[in-house]
Design a binder for this molecule. Structure first.
Ligand SMILES: [Zn+2]
Length: 255
C-alpha cells in the first residue's frame, strides 16, 4: 500500500511524494529542495525523481536533491532539463523497483511542447497539464495539442487520483462558475475544496471522474459551455476553436 502526500512549495506548487510504509518514495517535480529535505528528516527516503516539464518551479530543486540522494531522475526529452539521468517519452514505462510501481509515460504537449505525464498504480502525475477544475496555460503548444492531451487524460479510469502541480482549484472554480453556470456536481466539489482549504489542507488530488463531471476544460462539448462562449461573444466553431476560446477567456480572467 503506497501513500500519497503533496509537499507544498513556493506559493501554490505541490511536490508529490508517493511512498511505501518504510518511507521510500518517488518525488515528482521538486521545484525546490527544502520541502523534500524536511520530509527526509521525518523519514522520507527518495528512491527516484520524476519530472513532467522544464519549468523552474518543477525542476529547481533537483540538483540539490541529487547532492543528497543518489537516485535516478526521469525527465522528458528536452535539453532545457539538464539534471535528468533517464530520458523518457510516450510509450515508455518507468519501473520503480523499490515500490513495485510501474508508471506509463504519456506525451501531453500543450503547456509546454515536451510535457509528459506519468500514470500507474491508480495515480496520474500530470504537472501543469490538467488541474482540478482547470488546465495549464498554453505557453508552447497549440489549443489542438492541449485539447488532444486533455482528451487523452480524460480517458483514464475514473478512480485515477489526479495529482496536479498547483493548488489552483478555487480560482479555477470561480471561472468555472462563468463557463458552466449550472453544474451541481461542480458546486459540491467547490464546497469540498473550500472546506479543505479552510482547514489548511490541499484540495487535491481529485479523481478523474470528478474532473470529467466538473472541469469545464474536459467538458467542451457541453451545450451550456458553448452557450457561455456565445454569450461572451467568443467564437465556438468546432471543438478545438471552442477550447481555444475557453482557454483565452480564462487567460483574461482574474481569479
Ligand atoms: Zn509549468
Amino acid at each position: 500500500m503506497l501513500s500519497l502526500l503533496p509537499l507544498p512549495a513556493f506559493e501554490d506548487n505541490y511536490i508529490w511524494t508517493l511512498s511505501d510504509a518504510d518511507g521510500k518514495a518517488v518525488v515528482v517535480d521538486p521545484g525546490e529542495a527544502g520541502p523534500v529535505l524536511r520530509a527526509a528528516t521525518e523519514g522520507l527516503t527518495p528512491v527516484a525523481i520524476l519530472l513532467t516539464h522544464h519549468h523552474h518551479d518543477h525542476v529547481g530543486g533537483v540538483a540539490e536533491l541529487l547532492n543528497h540522494f543518489d537516485v535516478p531522475c526521469y525527465a522528458p526529452v528536452d535539453e532545457r532539463i539538464v539534471q535528468a539521468s533517464h530520458r523518457v517519452a510516450e510509450g515508455d514505462r518507468v519501473h520503480i523497483d523499490a515500490l513495485g510501481l510501474d508508471l506509463d509515460v504519456l506525451a501531453v504537449p500543450g503547456h509546454t511542447l515536451s510535457h509528459i505525464a506519468y500514470h500507474g498504480g491508480g495515480f496520474l502525475f500530470c504537472g501543469d497539464t490538467l488541474f482540478s477544475l482547470g488546465c495549464g496555460r498554453l505557453f508552447e503548444g497549440t489549443p489542438a495539442q492541449m485539447l488532444a492531451s486533455l482528451d487523452r487524460l480524460a480517458e483514464l479510469p475514473g478512480e485515477t487520483q489526479v495529482c496536479c502541480g498547483h493548488e489552483y482549484t478555487q480560482g479555477n472554480g470561480r471561472f468555472s462558475l462563468l463557463a458552466e453556470p449550472d453544474n451541481a456536481t461542480r458546486d459540491a466539489r467547490l464546497a469540498e475544496a473550500a472546506a479543505l482549504r479552510l482547514r489548511g489542507q490541499p484540495s487535491v488530488p481529485s479523481s478523474l471522474a470528478s474532473e470529467r463531471a466538473c472541469n469545464p476544460f474536459l467538458r467542451i462539448d457541453q451545450p451550456t459551455i458553448r452557450r457561455a462562449l456565445r454569450d461572451q461573444g467568443l467564437p465556438e466553431g468546432d471543438r478545438v476553436q471552442a477550447f481555444a476560446a475557453l482557454r483565452s477567456w480564462k487567460d483574461g480572467f482574474a481569479a
